[in-house]
Design a protein. Structure first.
Length: 245
């Protein structure tokens, strides 16, 4: 993802193991890629073609439990590494998700259909994420940005049966969007701070991209590092329980 601020190295937090009960039963039913999360630290990254060819077996061995890979950008583009990332994340036993780099100047309907055509989510996958971080394509007034993004999100939710996650930075979002998106999980990007700034529409965040300069075995160069706001059971509550039609 595009990022402008300096990176930070926020400490990882050891998460409390989930107690036996419905959460652990549900995790066991999802599959082998998810079961190892129970009772362990939950660490995540997000990638795109900028990371090149990722060795996901090495990434898993380095302790990364979940990852998001860029799938598409706008109406027609597909990330050149998505097919490899998507298959190899699952094979390595990493809980996987896919994201769209949202082009504000593209029509929301065709943009959503491009994502749906490229991303076949299945049982045990994380919900889709939309990266809304910059003005791109044809200039669009804020009065149109808001309904356009709602249309995009609603199209994805109708198809996948789960609310998409919104990724953004406090500065960009607060300058262009309102508080009508608070029902969607928030993935906030901000570096060099102990906690990210408030984002209009949300009282808290679900994911926090705290660094763009992380180092993980299996990846050449820097990679985005992410905190999840909760333990394994809460993360598992986000995964899809059925395969969308």
């Amino acid at each position: 993802m595009l990022c402008l601020a300096a990176a930070c190295t926020a400490p990882e937090t050891t998460l409390t193991p989930a107690p036996p009960g419905p959460d652990t039963d549900r995790a066991a039913a999802i599959g082998a890629a998810v079961r190892p999360l129970i009772g362990k630290q939950v660490r995540g990254i997000d990638v795109s073609h900028y990371q090149g060819h990722v060795d996901w077996v090495a990434v898993k061995a380095a302790g990364i439990n979940y990852a998001y890979a860029k799938a598409v950008q706008g109406n027609t583009n597909e990330d050149s590494e998505f097919a490899h990332n998507w298959e190899d994340m699952k094979a390595a036993g990493i809980l996987r998700g896919a994201y769209d780099f949202y082009v504000t100047g593209d029509e929301p309907g065709p943009q959503a259909e491009n994502f749906i055509a490229k991303v076949k989510l299945g049982k045990g996958d994380l919900p889709p994420m939309v990266d809304v971080e910059t003005m791109s394509g044809n200039m669009v007034p804020d009065d149109d940005l808001i309904p356009d993004l709602h249309e995009f999100l609603e199209t994805l939710e109708a198809h996948y049966g789960r609310k998409p996650i919104i990724y953004t930075s406090p500065g960009f979002w607060n300058a262009h969007f309102d508080d009508s998106f608070g029902a969607y999980p928030l993935w906030v990007a901000e570096y060099g701070v102990s906690q990210p700034k408030a984002v209009t529409g949300w009282d808290t965040w679900t994911f926090w991209q705290y660094s763009q300069n992380g180092s993980v075995e299996g990846i050449t160069g820097a990679v985005d590092m992410d905190h999840f706001n909760g333990g394994a059971a809460k993360l598992l509550a986000l995964v899809l329980e059925i395969t969308p039609k």
